[in-house]
Design a protein. Structure first.
Length: 205
């Protein structure tokens, strides 16, 4: 069962004017869409919305929408923020069935960098994909996809096969084992190695 419940109201006013009116009333305007039903303009109390948002379990997760006595599972697809105040301005919710397979982006997290010898040698991690679009049941969406850097070496290419993903999570890209990140020599490490070689050559000379 979803951990977050969003108590929503249906907005009568739509468009820019309706959204502004909702914000003035202390609400965050949004849209509910998907399934075989028409989109519905909704709003959520801003304070409650912020609490749900800051748990980190709202965006991209299965949550419960509640309207009166009615409840239904939804996925929070997008939240727009004010670029200056970071206030939530608008959100999108998608209707889903809990057992429905959906496509969604899941963030990639890297662990054990301190246990990778390459980084003690001056390596840098070049992240190619900070998130990966996957196919997964709506009620099985993972919090993140983990890359364990322990044991990797300088010059390694980290691919999808290196991720610790649950068995029921499959990438949308299926025609190749695509790149997630690269462990590369930093320019400082290269310069240090070159200086060391020059110093050895001078000493030998």
């Amino acid at each position: 069962m979803a951990e977050i419940i969003l108590n929503v109201d249906v907005r009568s006013g739509v468009g820019t004017g309706g959204a502004r009116a909702a914000r003035r009333a202390g609400m965050v305007p949004g849209v509910l869409y998907g399934g075989d039903k028409a989109p519905v303009a909704i709003s959520v109390n801003e304070r409650d919305f912020r609490k749900s948002l800051y748990t980190g379990k709202l965006l991209g997760h299965l949550v419960t929408l509640k309207y009166g006595a009615e409840t239904q599972p939804v996925i929070a697809r997008d939240v727009q923020f004010d670029p200056v105040t970071d206030r939530p301005l608008h959100f999108d919710l998608m209707r889903v069935d809990e057992t429905q397979t959906i496509k969604i982006e899941v963030p990639v997290h890297f662990i054990n960098q301190d246990k990778c010898e390459a980084f003690r040698q001056g390596a840098v991690l070049e992240v190619v994909r900070h998130a990966v679009e996957v196919k997964v049941r709506a009620d099985h969406i993972p919090e993140d996809l983990i890359v364990d850097l322990a044991g990797h070496k300088m010059g390694d290419t980290i691919r999808w096969a290196d991720l610790k993903a649950p068995k029921d999570v499959a990438p949308v890209i299926t025609d190749r084992d695509f790149v997630i990140a690269l462990i590369k020599s930093s320019s400082a490490a290269v310069s240090a190695a070159a200086d060391g070689s020059d110093a050895e050559g001078t000493a030998e000379g």
